[in-house]
Write a protein that binds this ligand. Structure first.
Ligand code: KG4
Length: 358
């Protein structure tokens, strides 16, 4: 009998459902919530309401695209945490209700482990045929052990991955996440939310050497981005004072390429901070396979820098396809599939959690 798992992801502001059949991804549907744009960040209350509206049509579409009837499902996998509690409750409750009604097991997935498992997603030929962005894309799965730089809006970690079910966080941010640094600095420049992709775009035509920002001096493999954020803010404030203006738009009229150069300088600094620690960890632990995961792994500068670092060091770089970098249920389906094979099921009273480590 086929092993068919429906996975549900609702940890933040994307409602997503995916179907995996015998280890092959059949569908991955994502409804992103535009409602947060005007607020410059995710509003938890609005996110959970939008999940409530989206979850039925998203699950329905995922089953339809996969050509699967719910009676064929072997299990329901869901993101239990970490994330926004109100958002997680929607996916968790839906998963429980469906599993109970179908008399099939529930599999809980840690969202961060899911991001790492994005590296093992194997799209089926049918899925690739309907997703032009994946056509011709080489999908390589890392061998164990490898180091994964997990960088998203809420996390910045270096994870040592020894097996599908054996991971250890060896370094993490002591304050802001890398994605937060991108988003908050973008907000100060008047760029839309989420700011990461905008900074990525503008950085491509900016000069990274114009604005030298502060870099943290933290022991071990941990990160800190709050000092960089302050340094960015002070640079902008001092420039506005020197040019006698009180808005970034007015400053941009006086300084050509202001936003482009700020973005390029900021992005280069963030990448430098991130990769210094990865390089140190890889050298110390003698691990020569480096992967990157999470929303910030969509950053083109970071992707290029990891490939470049690995080429110079004779290490292997693993960069996930863009479709599996930001929040999606395909990665939850992959993690859920491995847990299903281990008969690692969860009780029906499992409550979501907002915070946890791997
Ligand atoms: O993993 P994710 O979708 O959500 C969670 O935080 O779980 O990550 C979202 C983060 C946001 O901070 C967003 O600005 C950032 O990923 N991001 C990027 C890029 N695309 C998304 N940051 C830099 N460059 C990008 N191209």
């Amino acid at each position: 009998m086929d092993t068919i798992i429906l996975a549900i992801e609702s940890s933040c502001d994307d409602t997503s459902a995916a179907v995996i059949k015998d280890g092959l991804l059949m569908s991955n549907v994502i409804a992103s919530q535009k409602v947060h744009e005007e607020f410059g960040g995710v509003v938890p209350e609005l996110a959970s309401r939008a999940h409530q509206q989206n979850i039925m049509p998203v699950v329905d579409a995922a089953l339809k695209h996969a050509g699967v009837d719910k009676s064929e499902l072997s299990a329901i996998a869901f993101t239990r945490g970490p994330g926004l509690l109100g958002s997680l409750l929607v996916g968790t409750s839906f998963a429980k209700g469906l599993a109970l009604s179908l008399h099939i097991p529930l599999v809980e997935v840690n969202h961060l482990q899911g991001h790492i498992m994005a590296h093992f997603v194997e799209p089926s030929p049918e899925y690739i045929a309907t997703n032009p962005k994946l056509q011709g894309v080489e999908i390589r799965h890392p061998q164990f052990p490898f180091l994964c730089l997990l960088v998203s809006g809420g996390n910045s970690q270096i994870v040592k991955v020894e097996a599908y079910n054996k991971m250890e966080i060896i370094g993490q941010t002591i304050d802001d996440a890398a994605g937060e640094a991108f988003d908050k600095c973008a907000k100060v420049m008047g760029l839309p939310y989420p700011g990461g992709p905008w900074i990525d775009k503008l950085a491509k035509v900016g000069n990274p050497a114009v604005y030298p920002f502060a870099k943290p001096n933290i022991a071990g493999y941990d990160y800190s981005f709050s000092g960089l954020k302050t340094s960015f803010l002070y640079t902008l404030r001092d420039l506005m004072k020197a040019h006698n203006v009180d808005t970034v738009d007015a400053l941009a009229e006086q300084i050509p390429n202001l936003r482009e150069d700020l973005c390029a300088s900021l992005q280069t600094t963030i990448i430098d901070i991130l990769l210094r620690k990865v390089k140190k960890a890889a050298n110390d632990l003698h691990i020569t396979r480096i992967a990157v995961a999470g929303g910030v792994s969509a950053n083109s500068g970071l992707r290029d820098a990891i490939v470049d670092m690995c080429r110079r060091q004779h290490w292997e770089a693993f960069i996930p396809p863009f479709s599996f970098t930001t929040d999606n249920a395909a990665m939850i389906a992959q993690a859920g599939y491995y847990k299903f094979l281990d008969s690692d099921f969860c009780p029906i009273d499992a409550a979501p959690y907002a915070k946890t480590t791997i």
